[in-house]
Write a protein that binds this ligand. Structure first.
Ligand SMILES: NC(=O)c1ccc[n+]([C@@H]2O[C@H](COP(=O)([O-])OP(=O)(O)OC[C@H]3O[C@@H](n4cnc5c(N)ncnc54)[C@H](O)[C@@H]3O)[C@@H](O)[C@H]2O)c1
Length: 482
């Protein structure tokens, strides 16, 4: 299914100043004294072996050990104590917990005294290596991240390293960890990635739809009471010329009235995978009594959370490239390195946005207020909406204050989307549950820009322009010379 993952030819211009290929030990289990190793029949294992790597690799269930005697630090000694501890510690499995939203969320939940297990195949790190991309921020291995967290706070996070498309692996993780809630971030999440070529389109839909289907079967089989909190996207709705409701709309048609799922108009193979996920989840809530919350998240910006700030080894990833970078984060990096801000087409594209600190808050709120058995809830998870032109103006103004000369250019839109349209999406349900939004402010923009300036020497400017076209996608694997 994922042959392209081991292909040595990448579709985008590879960076010359970045690691040319992934480190042999990237996925190894090389923490000899401390790691409990469990081998599962994961397809990821065979992928790794197909890559002609010499060492033996396996999917591991690892408990990561202390780094040093810092680990003697007492449990709960982190500076960010919980104010809303669950009365009974709740076991939360964070699928995709090594990624941008997942890492911040895993730390936040652990800090709030939830028992956290991270499930991740590390495939995202592999995409970066293959496409010659890198996070603006240096990020530590998942093992170092978890060990550092333990050394700082005394809190342990379990690690299950494997692919959720492998049901045997997923069953083992469920049986071993026995989650009360599963937060599912573990998908291929880039629309441009899904539009590179046929094999990436197929991989995206396979990975996302089958992975989620496996999670649903695992809940049915091994944890009926377990609450699924699934990350969807506001992109599922598209840009209709009416207000977007939270999941459902009441329609009167030919004199009869019903409340129905809000129409979906996805605009990439990635977004379509999310729509299919939502349908599968809704169906299994009805058919099997699964309890689920579909969080239709807007575009996330920002880097710091209370927990990631505690140590540089806890630092989150920050994508700025044309494939994985999201709008505001990209603009801040572009401003920092003196690259014109890249507005696609007319720039009237309007979307919902939120701070990463609100992503972690929203997920916690969803877990603490679970859906009822059989209930399929949909929350629109964003706090403000902006057009691309508005974001460019905000970054230009903030840049001026820091002495940056920020230019904006319109580049041909590689996507197929409306560039001027009506957009008004509801987002009240998480506020009703207690979300206290961090709205985009001048000070946040200053800090994002300063952060981008701090790491500007790591920017590969060749990765900034978009080079995946919705119209030109073909069956031939895209390749570039190294
Ligand atoms: N970042 C955003 O702005 C944004 C916006 C809306 C929705 N979302 C959704 O939030 C979720 C997380 O996004 P992110 O930005 O953190 O993405 P990310 O790519 O940084 O993280 C995803 C993680 O999932 C893992 N993963 C992928 N497939 C897997 C599999 N089959 N088995 C195990 N692990 C797997 C990856 O290795 C990675 O660590 C995604 O579902 C995405 O669609 C993100």
């Amino acid at each position: 299914m994922a042959q392209h993952l081991m292909s040595t030819s990448c579709s985008l211009k590879p960076s010359t100043n970045r690691k040319p290929c992934f480190k042999p030990n990237q996925f190894s289990t090389s923490y000899p004294a401390f790691v409990r190793t469990k081998t599962f029949g994961s397809p990821f294992k065979s992928l790794v072996l197909q890559g002609k790597r010499t060492q033996s690799h396996c999917t591991v269930h690892a408990t990561v050990a202390p780094i040093s005697d810092e680990a003697q630090t007492k449990p709960n000694s982190g500076s960010h104590h919980s104010t809303t501890e669950p009365s009974n510690p709740t076991r939360v499995m964070v699928i995709g917990g090594d990624g941008y939203c997942g890492w911040a969320t895993a730390l936040h939940l652990s800090n709030k005294n939830y028992e956290v297990a991270i499930v991740d195949s590390m495939v995202r790190r592999l995409f970066d290596h293959q496409l010659g991309l890198d996070s603006l921020t240096p990020i530590s291995s998942i093992h170092d991240r978890i060990r550092r967290w333990k050394s700082l706070t005394g809190k342990t996070m379990e690690l299950y390293n494997g692919d959720i498309c492998d049901f045997e692996f997923l069953s083992e993780t469920f049986n071993s960890f026995k989650p009360d809630a599963v937060v599912h971030f573990g998908e291929q999440r880039s629309a441009p990635y899904s539009m590179i070529d046929r094999s990436r389109a197929v991989f995206t839909q396979n990975n996302n739809v089958i992975g989620t289907l496996n999670v649903l079967f695992a809940i049915k089989e091994f944890g009926e009471a377990c609450h699924l909190v699934k990350l969807g996207t506001m992109g599922e709705y598209g840009t209709p010329n009416i207000d977007i409701e939270e999941g459902f709309i009441t329609i009167t048609h030919n004199g009869r009235t019903d409340t129905l799922p809000f129409p979906k108009q996805a605009s990439s193979f990635y977004h379509l995978s999310k729509v299919h996920d939502s349908n599968n989840i809704a169906f299994t809530c009805k058919a099997w009594g699964i309890r689920a919350t579909d969080l239709n998240q807007g575009v996330v910006y920002g880097i710091k959370t209370n927990e990631t700030e505690m140590h540089e080894e806890l630092c989150n990833r920050f994508d700025y490239d044309g494939v994985f970078g999201t709008a505001l984060n990209r603009f801040c990096v572009q401003a920092a390195v003196g690259h014109p801000l890249t507005v696609y087409g007319k720039g009237g594209q309007t979307r919902g946005y939120l701070d990463i600190r609100d992503t972690v808050q929203c997920v916690e709120l969803a877990i603490a207020n679970p859906a009822q058995p059989g209930e399929f809830r949909v929350f629109n998870q964003f706090t403000e909406q902006f057009s691309v032109n508005q974001l460019a103006t905000l970054v230009t103004d903030a840049g001026k204050k820091l002495g940056l000369e920020v230019q904006t250019i319109s580049v041909p839109n590689p996507r197929v989307e409306a560039e001027e349209h009506y957009y008004n999406a509801k987002h009240t349900k998480l506020i009703e549950l207690g979300l206290k939004p961090h709205l985009l402010s001048d000070s946040l923009l200053d800090s994002l820009l300063n952060f981008s300036i701090k790491y500007k020497d790591r920017v590969d400017t060749k990765q900034i322009m978009p080079n995946v076209s919705w119209r030109k996608i073909g069956v031939k694997p895209k390749t570039v010379a190294a």
